[in-house]
Write a protein that binds this ligand. Structure first.
Ligand code: SF4
Length: 371
């Protein structure tokens, strides 16, 4: 269970002015309430405005398969869940979704699935990458999020046109990681870190993220997560509140969790602090936020996030890609998502940018690329 009260003597105004925030100061920021919390959010919004502007870029999300070889204890599509209809989009269906993103000027898409390591899977993705680049005349930017793979596989996909990769570490305290995964070599914390390093070395814009409000997680763990992201020098982050799924082992710890509203609030604070720490990275307003608060993603955009991932998976499959319960928008069509998004984002005083990849400025700076 989260520790809610530690030392509150420090004045947050002072360290919001500093360039580098310590672990202790992050813990303190995560505990802010009332006027102090408003101060934190005002500061992160200011930083976002200065380094990113009020723009929001889209990644059309295609959840192309819920088949997974792993058994993470928190995940609704884990291999061991037998109460789930498995699906795997055909290549044509994936390409149709990519065409939709292209025609609607999304400029980027994200291909996501459960984790499979096999030659057939490697070849399939490689092939799809070539075809998506071809149908969009090279104009669509592609993010992959298909888990841990060997470096050669990552390289093949990079060469085939993927240029961003999201691999959420989920928890950076190795003890906590062990508690939320089966204890075997398929779920090895060291390998996950290695994969992230390999992605970065190959040249991907590399993203990671964590779950917020997990059982056994402390405020210090969350501070450690942010420090990990800073020290790893990530380019992108996608993090969201932990929402328990009925068909997973972690459901047994529901009684120990913070109320959903507090998990949501902590997530906003994590986003705000990360924006202050890493001013020019891309931060996703995760869909899980909307599962708790109908305007959760907009709230995240207001205080620091700048990326949205509208779901463009063909509607009939969306119910079967529930990593957690109450996932929103599972019965809308892709077009519905686009029109509702535009109205929502303008409410957050932000503006959706079409026809631009919206690459991580942090990556460009890291690589010495002129924007
Ligand atoms: S979190 Fe990812 S790797 Fe783990 S079971 Fe779910 S889809 Fe598979």
């Amino acid at each position: 269970m989260m520790q809610k009260h530690i030392e509150k003597k420090m004045d947050i105004k002072d360290f919001l002015k500093k360039d580098s925030i310590s672990r202790e100061e992050i813990v303190r920021l995560l505990q802010t309430e009332g006027e102090e919390r408003n101060l934190l959010f005002r500061k992160s919004a200011e930083v976002k405005q200065k380094f990113i502007g009020n723009k929001v870029w889209l990644r059309g999300l295609i959840e192309f398969s819920n088949v997974c070889g792993k058994d993470c204890l928190y995940c609704g599509i884990r291999k061991g869940n037998k109460n789930l209809k498995r699906y795997n989009l055909t290549d044509d269906e994936i390409l149709e979704s990519a065409q939709f993103a292209y025609e609607n000027h999304y400029a980027s898409l994200a291909l996501q699935s459960g984790e499979i390591e096999s030659n057939a899977f490697t070849e399939r993705i490689e092939n799809l990458l070539h075809k998506i680049k071809e149908l969009s005349k090279g104009e669509i930017g592609i993010t992959l999020s298909v888990g841990e793979q060997e470096p050669e596989v990552y390289k093949r996909w990079f060469d085939a046109g993927a240029h961003r990769y999201l691999l959420r570490i989920e928890a950076t305290n190795s003890e906590l990681y062990k508690k939320i995964h089966p204890n075997d070599n398929k779920h090895d914390f060291g390998r996950r870190q290695e994969c992230l390093k390999n992605l970065q070395d190959i040249g991907y814009q590399t993203g990671t993220g964590v779950m917020i409000g997990l059982p056994f997680q402390t405020t210090e763990d969350l501070a450690g997560d942010l420090i990990f992201m800073r020290d790893f020098n990530i380019d992108m982050c996608g993090m969201g509140p932990f929402i328990e799924h009925a068909d997973t082992p972690l459901i047994n710890y529901s009684g120990t969790l913070l109320p959903l509203k507090e998990r949501f609030d902590l997530t906003l604070k994590m986003i705000a602090i990360l924006r202050i720490m890493m001013k020019d990275i891309n931060i996703v307003a995760a869909t899980a936020l909307q599962a708790i608060d109908p305007i959760g993603r907009e709230k995240a955009i207001k205080i620091g996030a700048n990326i949205l991932m509208p779901n463009i998976t063909p509607g009939k499959y969306r119910d079967s890609y529930k990593l957690y319960n109450n996932k929103p928008c599972t019965d809308d069509s892709a077009e519905d998502c686009q029109s509702c998004l535009e109205a929502r984002i303008s409410l957050a005083d932000a503006e959706i940018v079409y026809n631009e990849w919206g690459d991580s400025k942090h990556y460009e700076r890291r690589k010495g690329i002129k924007a």
